[in-house]
Design a protein around this ligand. Structure first.
Ligand code: 0A1
Ligand code: ZN
Length: 878
């Protein structure tokens, strides 16, 4: 049990701050265990304050106060009150600006929560979003208080030769006792969550970028010495992102220096601190032999994401944390566009939707569902969710679809111009879109306040050249939202003639081959005219809205769309629907004890994909992919983990058996001795070939074992090596133990590769997996204080191995709860993320429900439970 029930914070209670802090002067005397912080704050009363109080309350946690003064006068004990979370000065001047000076001590080494100032390997670094600055010094730690920061860092010169903070370097010098100092000044006012400092023995990889207006920007990536050879891709991605934002949004970088530091210990992916991004090493470091193609893609995406925040987040920031999607949804949309433009928009869109539907739809259907602009939270760190990020990006994408690229850009221009230097709301964003386009988006705003995934049910009627689509929308209840109002849903659509060509039609008097219609009613009819024959409809093209679409189709119609739809997303989607339908049929057979039989329609469809030499190779690999077990489970009333796995494996094996010659041919055609160069054609070759290898592995034959083992032993790039190791591990290949061993020995000094080794074993579907996971917990390389390692073993097992995590005997559940309880005191943010494995308990049979709720209760009853874990576990049970 927690010592006290934690408080809920509500959006409706927002009030402007009573005070503003215009300038902050910080001095740090850095030390692993005893860092001294001196903070000088120029404070004044906020003219917009609605309170009459003469008191000033600052937030602060886990700080040791040394001294405090007001306008140079030391305060006596009776002048202020200290609590665990606040420092209140009883009386401050209301009619003039005043200065507060605070001196306090912090212990970075004891900080395993990785929030505030902490130690990562031998490096000191900070993480202040969302409310970590209060672990550095007492402050008005809220994003609508924006200040200009000057930061002086003092440290031992040998231990911390590099001293970094936001903005520009304004001075440096030596001090006695082997110490030195560096001073930094950030000319832009910013909320304190964007503050950062880094100190350590770091090497700098430097480059430069000339902006569209001719300004030269120094680019610097700081890493530990052994990683200097893994920064090239991150640097190139940064330059690409800078150019792309100029060309696509007309946005130019605003400081003369852009720094990125890669750290081993980080709770999230990366952080957009002004001029000094701090990154998880996972999203910076890449060399062809250590990183996969998908790592390269993620690095490009995250580098872009943090860079784009410089405008969408930093120059224009959030008024309060309920507005988080204002910066995150918008910035994810921008990074998705960037990555799509850099590689293949079709492939990128499918990957994004696949993730959204597998993971965000589950969140939206469970006890933790919340709107993209939540209304209440206990711990804001729990709201860095797929809903706020990914669904938030879908909402921005719908605005882009409704307004068109040019209209959307005008809206963005207006938003940045109007609100530069301000802390604003989602409402301000929508208003800028409206004003710039002369449109009205009243109903559209419901996407910000309504949780849950809407369901569209479509019926069609064709008569005399006229097709009528009747669309009904509904949205299941979510916590605190039993009733839902109709949303404004853009539906992009087109029709196919019997020969597969696009069918022209007339909509609202205009002839077209494709249209976007606006669904706004609970039930609405759309009429399309001038059709020569009854067409096959292709709906929700490009996944034009984050909804579940229900439309009656037979397998032949799905196979037809899989062959002919000109919309690359819907073509892939037809394949997914076809496979899903077949898998659900097999699940019914398994549950009824019937014999399973292979489906000829599917085999012929896959034969055609394998024979189609035309399509882009990455896209073809996606066409061959089977829906994820988690996604399939999300569509069942009661998830039958074993039957899903068995049915999906049966499909994989029947395709491999029927098409083994084709898989071998395509494999051989694209298998080359690859050094691992990250270019679109090499990436496509590797993807397609490794997809074939995965099918062939299902055959459990000496030939397929040899194929995987040979690829593993000869691979010169990580994509091929790990794909082959996965094929070996997920089969009865006799070389398994030897390959796992040799992989570990080869890569034991590369932390990110060792993470892959853990994940591969944690997600394996072979029977011995749980025992392996337990023994990996004792492996010398496992460490509960390193989030990447915890995610690679505990996270991967509980979130990506449904078959074994949900083992009937409850071992997986007990294992996870034990880890959550251990992590609760070490790192509450990571602990809370791990609890997520239990959130969907209502979707399982009653035995599993009982086992999962027992573990959730055990978690809730743990002593000294963090707010983070309490919120997720108690809401999951509610
Ligand atoms: N704003 C960052 C994500 C982030 C959020 C919280 C963190 O620590 C609790 C760290 C990073 C982004 O969107 O990239
Ligand atoms: Zn972000």
């Amino acid at each position: 049990m927690r010592d006290a029930t934690p408080q809920t914070v509500y959006l409706k209670d927002y009030t402007p701050p009573d005070y503003l802090i215009d300038q902050v002067e910080l001095v740090f005397e850095l030390d692993e265990q005893r860092t001294l912080v001196r903070a000088g704050l120029d404070v004044r009363r906020n003219p917009d304050s609605r309170s009459a109080s003469e008191a000033l309350t600052l937030f602060g946690e886990e700080l040791l106060l040394v001294g405090i003064s007001l306008d140079g006068q030391a305060l006596a004990a009776g002048d202020y009150t200290l609590s665990d979370e606040t420092l209140t000065i009883h009386r401050v001047p209301g009619d003039r600006p005043f200065r507060i000076d605070i001196e306090n001590i912090i212990d970075p080494q004891a900080n395993t929560a990785l929030e505030g100032l902490y130690l990562s390997s031998s490096m000191l670094c900070t993480q202040c979003e969302a409310q970590g600055f209060r672990k550095i010094t007492w402050f008005l730690d809220r994003p609508d208080v924006m200040s200009r920061f000057t930061t002086k860092l003092i440290a031992d010169k040998t231990q911390y030769p590099v001293l970094l903070s936001n903005g520009n370097k304004i001075g440096a010098g030596n001090l006695d006792g082997g110490r030195h100092w560096v001073a930094w000044q950030d000319p832009f006012a910013k909320p304190c969550y964007l503050f950062a400092l880094v100190a350590g023995q770091l090497e700098c990889v430097a480059d430069e970028f000339t902006t569209v207006s001719g300004r030269r920007i120094a680019l610097e990536i700081f890493v530990e010495a052994h990683n200097v050879d893994k920064c090239g891709h991150a640097m190139q991605s940064l330059k690409n992102a800078m150019r792309w934002d100029e060309e696509t949004y007309g946005l130019e970088y605003d400081l003369d220096l852009y720094m990125i530091v890669a750290v081993d210990h980080f709770n999230m992916g990366a952080m957009e601190n002004k001029g000094l991004n701090v990154f998880n090493t996972k999203f910076v470091l890449a060399r062809p032999d250590t990183a996969t193609d998908s790592d390269y893609e993620h690095i490009e995406g995250v580098i872009g994401h943090e860079y784009f925040h410089n405008w969408s987040g930093n120059r224009v920031t959030c008024r309060d944390w309920f507005q988080l999607s204002l910066k995150e949804g918008f910035t994810v949309f921008r990074d998705q566009q960037f990555s799509g433009d850099r590689s293949s928009p079709a492939v990128k869109r499918i990957e994004d939707v696949n993730m959204l539907r597998t993971r965000q739809f589950a969140e939206d259907a469970g006890p933790l569902a919340h709107p993209i602009r939540p209304e209440a939270y206990i711990e804001i760190n729990n709201f860095y969710t797929l809903t706020v990020y990914e669904k938030g990006a879908e909402v921005v994408r719908m605005l882009h679809t409704l307004l068109g690229a040019a209209g959307f850009r005008q809206g963005c221009d207006m938003y940045f111009k109007r609100h530069d230097g301000q802390a604003v709301t989602c409402e301000d964003f929508v208003k800028a879109m409206e004003d710039a386009n002369g449109v009205e988006l009243t109903q559209f705003r419901r996407w910000y306040s309504q949780a849950g995934t809407p369901v569209l049910e479509v019926e069609q009627a064709f008569d005399a050249g006229r097709l009528t689509l009747t669309v009904k929308q509904s949205c299941p209840p979510t916590p605190n939202q039993p009733e839902k109002l109709p949303l404004h849903v853009p539906i992009k659509l087109g029709f196919l003639a019997a020969d597969g060509s696009p069918a022209r039609f007339q909509y609202r008097g205009e002839f077209c081959e494709e249209a976007t219609v606006s669904l706004t009613e609970a039930e609405q009819r759309f009429v399309f005219e001038s059709l020569t024959e009854k067409p096959i409809v292709s709906l929700l093209r490009g996944f034009s809205a984050p909804v579940t679409l229900k439309i009656d189709r037979d397998p032949e119609e799905l196979a037809f769309l899989l062959s002919y739809d000109s919309d690359t997303f819907n073509r892939w989607e037809a394949g997914q629907q076809l496979v899903s339908r077949i898998i659900f049929g097999l699940i019914a057979d398994i549950q009824a004890g019937r014999t399973l039989t292979a489906n000829p329609v599917l085999i012929e469809a896959f034969r055609a994909i394998l024979a189609d030499a035309g399509a882009d190779l990455s896209y073809r690999a996606l066409l061959l992919s089977l829906p994820d077990e988690g996604y399939l489970g999300g569509q069942m009333a009661v998830v039958d983990v074993e039957a899903i796995h068995q049915a999906r494996e049966f499909v994989r094996l029947s395709l491999a058996t029927a098409l083994s010659a084709e898989f071998q041919r395509v494999y051989a055609e694209h298998h080359q001795d690859e050094s691992g160069c990250f270019d679109a054609s090499a990436v496509g070759r590797r993807r397609l070939k490794n997809a074939c290898l995965s099918y062939l592995t299902a055959l459990e034959k000496p030939d397929s074992y040899a194929l995987a083992e040979t690829q593993f032993r000869s691979a010169r790039n990580m994509t091929d090596q790990i794909a082959a190791l996965s094929a070996v591990v997920n089969s009865r290949n006799p070389a398994k133990a030897d390959c796992l061993d040799s992989f570990y020995r080869q890569w034991q000094r590369e932390a990110l590769v060792v993470d892959k080794w853990f994940t591969l074993q944690a997600t394996c579907h072979m029977p011995e997996t749980f025992a392996t996971v337990q023994s990996l917990m004792q492996h010398p390389a496992f460490d509960m204080k390193t989030p990447n390692r915890v995610r690679s073993l505990v996270g991967a097992f509980s979130q990506s191995n449904p078959l074994h995590f949900h083992a009937r005997n409850g071992d997986g559940y007990r294992f996870l709860a034990d880890r959550v309880i251990e992590l609760n005191t070490l790192n509450p943010q990571i602990a809370a993320r791990m609890v997520g494995g239990f959130a969907q308990w209502r979707r399982y049979d009653t035995d599993r429900q009982a086992l999962m709720t027992r573990e959730l209760r055990r978690i809730v009853e743990t002593e000294h439970l963090s707010k983070d874990v309490y919120e997720i576990a108690s809401k999951s049970l509610a």
